[in-house]
Design a protein around this ligand. Structure first.
Ligand code: HEM
Length: 152
């Protein structure tokens, strides 16, 4: 991060580690862990016949933890985004995919990166609990919040 001056929007593309942390967080804990669709007509997929009117559940949470796509899938490892191959669109889908893909994805990632970049630069924080628990049906969030103490 640039020393001796305020951050600006132009700095964000240079902050590749921050990028990796946000990507890795959305991989392990996609805020939308499941997505729903209903087939409007019958189709065949991977040897399965899907009749019209079938409810289909797609899970980014499960997809993001498949070991054949993500080595050591449960490990929080931001560096994988620098050395692993780039995932295909349907291998990494925190913002969904296809025609209904989130229109706010750029806004959301820019917002979280801006907030985080300022926060870690200006504050020291002590984590009081390392609980990994996350719950969610419609959305995923830490079960007991993230208790932390702001030190400075
Ligand atoms: C981290 C933040 C966000 C996450 C994880 C997220 C996730 C998603 C996902 C998974 C979908 C697809 C739903 C589906 O396919 O059924 C979606 C759709 C959508 N998102 Fe987001 N979203 C985020 C932030 C935002 C923001 C900031 C906006 C608006 C400024 C937004 C607006 C929308 C809209 C309008 C759709 C519906 C698109 C459509 O149906 O064509 N989202 N979002």
């Amino acid at each position: 991060m640039p020393a001796g001056r305020d951050l600006t929007a132009d700095d964000l593309p240079q902050l590749s580690y921050l990028d990796n942390v946000v990507s890795e967080t959305l991989r392990l804990y996609p805020p939308g862990p499941i997505d729903l669709r209903k087939s409007i007509s019958a189709f065949d997929f991977e040897g399965h016949h899907i009749p019209a009117g079938t409810s289909i559940i797609i899970s980014p949470y499960v997809t993001h933890r498949l070991p054949e796509l993500w080595p050591e899938p449960t490990r929080f490892d931001p560096s994988r985004w620098s050395h692993q191959r780039k995932p295909a669109p349907y291998e990494y889908l925190p913002f969904g995919g296809g025609t209904h893909r989130c229109i706010g994805s750029m806004f959301a990632t820019t917002e979280v990166k801006t907030m985080l970049a300022h926060f870690v630069r200006e504050r020291r924080v002590e984590l009081l609990s390392t609980s990994d628990a996350a719950v969610g049906l419609a959305t995923m969030r830490p079960k007991h919040g993230i208790p932390a103490r702001v030190l400075s």
